[in-house]
Design a protein around this ligand. Structure first.
Ligand code: SF4
Length: 469
């Protein structure tokens, strides 16, 4: 499965493969069902969840409207605490900055806690090229690192694996036969990763939030690896997209209340790590050096467009679990680092709309993503916006004809009615037991993998007339 290993622009081919992958289908159903149910339970258990989500959205809107001010405030606060701030305009800048920090401090062994931003900039290959050993310490990330794959979910990067496939991958890597029992697999991970933490001299993390007024970096994890990554090694580098800043420490509980509930249905994640600069005199734990890399990589371009709302995303993954498309094809089919409904917006925006023509269409626009989102991002609206952008191109002759015929039919009610009657008749002739297993023309793509419901014997218009008479 090369799509699991490399980023690509082959959405249709990759999703066809994903639909035929039995292991993937089993894994996706198991996990997305659990997470989606958790999301609904989480919101229902919170009396004011809708108000709280509106409040979180307002904080994000305000922050993005004054992003320059809050980023400068964040920089000043981090520096005051003894940390260093680095501005990275591109992924390449960010990679160079992290490698230079590692080389200046003579670091050879890096441990990483889960960070989609570091995936976005392809940090691991750059560090390895510079002779630095990198180990992912989130267990899911560790599994896919060993398997040579990319994350397929924002919060559950190895969602495409079953416990059987995890046992297979780890057994092969460690050269010992492991049982496919989750507890013993987790204990094996613990044994291997503890040793990596013990040797590490560089810790790399992302940041779920960064508080401008205090310079605090906040990490939300379930495994405790984030704490070890940020306290054991003598150098800590946190990499974050510039949109992760929030103004005040008082804003933090709003997002903490929502993030875990939206992602997994937990009241709070197991570990919330609050980092305020490097180790101070008299403190036992913490790094000697703390660096914060602020990544732009196309975000400021998005800020000035109608897609600004996408920068409100707190990467909880809830929209992925709710999306009927993601739930069938998983994350690798989307081609970019970010998958699911929000990935269908971010990848075209950060990469290219032209190179990702299918992503804005990889949605039924059912609105399940927006309903699950802790900041109520109007994902369907932005997907439609991206579709509009695509149609700024010159339409093909076929498209021109199709729209001409469509417009003729819409302008002549008798023609429209006749067209509907003819199509209904044709489709009903093909149906068996109320379903059509093979559609004609372009509709055949639909029936390649599922049946199409036969139209009703009587049209809505006729039934309406009947009811009125
Ligand atoms: S768009 Fe909303 S639901 Fe999706 S990952 Fe971002 S915050 Fe979560």
């Amino acid at each position: 499965m090369t799509y699991a290993q490399h980023e690509h622009h082959e959405f249709l081919e990759a999703s066809t493969q994903a639909l035929a992958d039995v292991t993937l289908q089993t894994a996706l159903t198991r996990l997305t069902d659990t997470l989606l149910a958790g999301n609904r339970r989480g919101y229902a258990a919170l009396a004011d969840s809708s108000d709280l989500r509106d409040h979180a959205k307002r904080i994000k809107e305000h922050t993005l409207a004054h992003l320059d001010l809050y980023l400068e405030q964040l920089e000043a606060s981090v520096v005051k605490l003894g940390g260093k701030v680095h501005w990275a305009a591109t992924a390449e800048d960010a990679r160079r900055i992290v490698v230079e920090i590692a080389q200046a401090a003579n670091c050879k062994h890096a441990v990483k806690s889960k960070s989609m931003t570091s995936e976005e900039i392809h940090l691991n290959p750059a560090l390895e090229q510079a002779g630095i050993e990198v180990t992912e310490t989130d267990f899911g990330e560790f599994i896919i690192q060993v398997a040579g794959e990319r994350p397929s979910h924002l919060v559950a990067p190895a969602v495409h694996h079953t416990r059987e496939s995890v046992a297979r991958v780890l057994s092969q890597h460690l050269g010992e036969q492991l049982a496919d029992d989750p507890k013993s697999l987790a204990m094996t991970g613990r044994r291997v990763l503890r040793e990596k933490f013990r040797r590490a001299d560089l810790g790399i993390s992302g940041a779920n939030f960064a508080v401008a007024e205090t310079g605090t970096i906040v990490l939300v994890t379930n495994e405790g690896n984030g704490r070890l990554t940020t306290t054991c090694p003598r150098v800590h580098v946190a990499i974050m997209g510039i949109e992760k800043v929030i103004p005040r420490f008082n804003d933090l509980p709003v997002f903490l209340k929502l993030l875990a509930r939206a992602a997994t249905g937990q009241t709070l994640s197991v570990y919330t790590t609050v980092i305020t600069g490097p180790k101070r005199a008299g403190e036992l734990d913490g790094p000697d050096e703390f660096h914060l890399v602020l990544l732009d990589n196309g975000r400021t371009n998005v800020l000035a467009t109608p897609f600004r709302e996408s920068l409100q995303c707190i990467r909880c993954g809830a929209c992925l679990n709710a999306c009927p498309v993601y739930r069938r094809i998983g994350g690798h089919a989307y081609g970019g680092v970010y998958s699911g409904p929000i990935g269908s917006i971010l990848t075209p925006l950060y990469d290219s709309v032209a190179l990702n023509p299918h992503l804005p269409h990889a949605s039924s626009l059912c609105g399940a993503c927006q309903a699950a989102c802790p900041v109520k991002i109007n994902i369907p609206h932005m997907l439609i916006g991206l579709r509009e952008l695509q149609h700024h191109h010159k339409p093909s002759r076929l498209e021109r004809w199709a729209y001409k015929i469509w417009s003729m039919a819409l302008c002549r009610p008798w023609l429209y009615r006749w067209g509907l009657w003819a199509v209904r008749l044709m489709l009903r002739r093909r149906a068996k037991n109320g379903w059509i297993s093979q559609m004609p023309g372009p509709g055949s793509a639909w029936t390649q993998i599922r049946d199409f419901p036969a139209p009703a014997a009587q049209s809505f218009r006729d039934r309406w007339k009947e009811l009125q008479s």
